[in-house]
Design a protein around this ligand. Sequence first.
Ligand SMILES: [Zn+2]
Ligand SMILES: [Zn+2]
Length: 303
Amino acid sequence: MRPGIVCGVVALLLIPTAAQSTGEPRQQLTQIILLGTGTPYPDPNASGPATAVVVGKRVFLFDAGAGVMRRMNAARLPISGPEAVFITHLHSDHTLGYPDLILTSWIMRRVSPLPVYGPHGLQRMTRHLLAAFAEDIQIRTHGLEREVPGGYHVKVHEIKVGVVYERDGVRVTAISVSHGSWKEAYGYRIDTPDRSIVISGDTRPSEALVRAARDVDVLVHEVYSPLHLAPEDRPGGKYWPQYMRAFHTSDVELGALAARAKPKLLVLTHIIRFGSSDEDLLAGVRSGGFSGPVRVGKDLNRY
Ligand SMILES: [Zn+2]
Ligand SMILES: [Zn+2]
């Protein structure tokens, strides 16, 4: 038996444990684990965007940025794949780990199609990824590895706004958000037997998100620091501040929208720092008007 498979079996037997990182009591059935709090910048300490919502032994994955499978394993989540995957939009930073998720979970003994929900275009992306790895799939299936035939299959659901998943007490609702010129970008609200959570995806300040996040237990929201935002010295770089304002949410804007939504906890992720510190980000959120609990998310933090 190969080391990877041993790890897979061990991982399946482990129940996610209490957080080391946030120092808070962990009584809830439902936990949020930040698997990747990064952006396109390849920060060694912040993997590509990915967030797990764990309900008992059930795992729901939101986005699949670069490094997602390694972070899943680091978080002691099953590496044979989550119950369902939800993609917010098709930007590469949110999907570079998607082939990793599909293929690695298969090699780690996934046997049934992976259910994946996301915007239109996801089906085509999935088809192309599987085509790109056709030789790998062929050799792993018919060579001496003898992986489960067809175990790499994906069941893609191209969604629209509303409830997209509801099973055994877990409901996932897609929220349309405004991510610049993307035609389709979603945030998600997750309702479990003990918690309500909203994950923003990538968005500028969104009224739909504020409505969906009203009084939730946890709002996990993207953010950038506007402190050092300036045109960049490159062709097209003069549009950079305009891009950030059309596609993303500043810490001050986040503070303002959180003051209206009133989540019991605000968690910052997909943090575009431009050199700013955690303290700068928190000061921005406070100056926007939010006075409730805030955490600057780090990879593998649990809430
Ligand atoms: Zn994006
Ligand atoms: Zn992004």
